[in-house]
Design a protein around this ligand. Structure first.
Ligand code: ADP
Ligand code: GN1
Ligand code: MG
Length: 357
């Protein structure tokens, strides 16, 4: 059975084609065209990353239903402003076929997703989308969510995983990455701040998205405004700082996450300012403690992502999809270059946040 046949096991018009789509690192995504004219997104869930796809789908179903109600209450269009799952012929939220897990969404037309920031105000629109997303989930029953990846943003455990990969050196790449390993380990002491603050209750646990890369927002192709936050696999209880920090890890960079030429990579204060303004405007419930940690959280999330790429490189590229040799090493290096910039800009970044209401 091919992908078109798989698509036809969902309740849609007759699928006529299914082609790879988008640039996610985790799932396999396909654009499905039908004879009725409507398009759909078919995804094969990565069950190496998500060990329990049924639980992922329970979360997504509950979260999208909650978001749909909020959007209707605000006079919006739920078919466009949140993901809409399509049921299988049997009425399920996903299809299990030959060891693979497939799901389908309505395709959100007249939108674009970006793998690189094209102009700073885009960050303002993205911030509004992520802020709004978090507001709409503020009253979602967090305890009902499954933890789809345990300790996803526990940076301390990510550091332990890196150390284990260094020790194992399973594919003999350790010598090549000695500088990157030094860079990471010399900063490990600073990286428990957010997880400790959450554990001590100094900052609140909230329902967060946890994967706020720019290409996880769809923007309107005419007005440029954010339309829909997608990629809901990791919606879990977490910290607002994860969403803010991860968005600027990606959106604060002058270049692509995998650019092998580090001369193209630096941290852009302008993007940082746009995003921070948009985020604070949308999230009035942010606490003083969270606000103070905003600039640091970008460095934290960049560090965490950098060491995850490095761990994967040392382990033989088993987690993130790669498209060329050393892809995960190039990704590691852009993250570490950004951290060096952020360390130099730390005072300036703090000053800017304190100047905002
Ligand atoms: P991954 O987890 O692999 O990142 P995503 O769910 O983010 O997968 O999807 C990959 C890409 O597919 C997105 O960046 C976006 O460009 C596109 N995409 C996903 N869902 C939709 C949708 N419902 N409508 C339009 N485009 C979509
Ligand atoms: C992955 O799924 P995608 O491509 O949006 C990863 C994120 C990383 C990101 C780095 C579930 O995001 O945590 O920050 O790559 N998602 C998962 O580009 O691990
Ligand atoms: Mg994605």
């Amino acid at each position: 059975m091919g992908l078109v046949d798989i698509a036809n096991r969902f309740k849609i018009e007759k699928a006529v084609s299914a082609v790879p789509y988008g640039n996610g690192h985790i799932n396999e995504t396909y654009l499905v065209k039908t004879d009725g004219g409507a398009d759909y997104i078919l995804q094969k869930i990565n069950n190496n990353v998500f060990k329990n796809p049924a639980e992922v789908m329970e979360n997504i179903s509950a979260v999208t239903e909650h978001l749909g109600k909020k959007i209707i209450a605000n006079g919006g269009n739920p078919d466009r402003e949140t993901l809409t799952l399509i049921k299988t012929d049997e009425g399920n939220n996903f299809l299990q076929f030959e060891g693979g897990y497939y799901r389908m969404y309505k395709f959100i037309a007249n939108t674009v997703s970006y793998d690189i920031v094209e102009y700073p105000k885009q960050l303002y629109y993205a911030a509004k989308s992520f802020g709004k997303f978090q507001n709409m989930l503020a009253d979602f029953p967090a305890q009902s969510l499954h933890e789809t990846i345990v300790n996803f943003h526990n940076t301390k455990i990510r550091i332990e995983n890196l150390k284990a990969a260094i020790k194992a050196d399973s594919v003999g790449r350790l010598r090549e990455v000695a500088n990157e390993v030094d860079f990471a380990l010399s900063r490990e002491d600073q990286m428990g701040v957010v997880i400790d603050a959450l554990e001590k209750g100094e900052i609140p646990t909230r329902v967060t998205h946890n994967d706020t890369k720019l290409n996880n927002v769809l923007f309107d192709d005419k007005t440029d405004e954010g339309v829909c936050v997608i990629d809901l696999d990791t919606v879990m209880p977490g910290s607002l700082l994860y969403d803010y920090g991860d968005a600027l890890r990606f959106g604060g960079s002058s270049g692509a996450e995998d650019d092998p030429n580090l001369d193209n990579i630096w941290f852009k204060m302008n993007n940082y300012e746009y995003f921070t303004r948009g985020f604070l405007e949308t999230l009035p419930s942010i606490t003083k403690e969270e606000k103070e940690l905003l600039p640091f959280s970008i460095r934290l999330m960049t560090y965490e992502c950098g060491i995850r790429f490095l761990t994967d490189y040392l382990s033989g590229d088993t987690y993130f999809r790669i498209h060329r040799e050393k892809h995960n090493l190039d990704r590691t290096r852009t993250q570490f270059k950004l951290i060096s910039d952020m360390e130099k800009l730390s005072d300036e970044m703090n000053k800017f946040v304190s100047s905002l209401k």
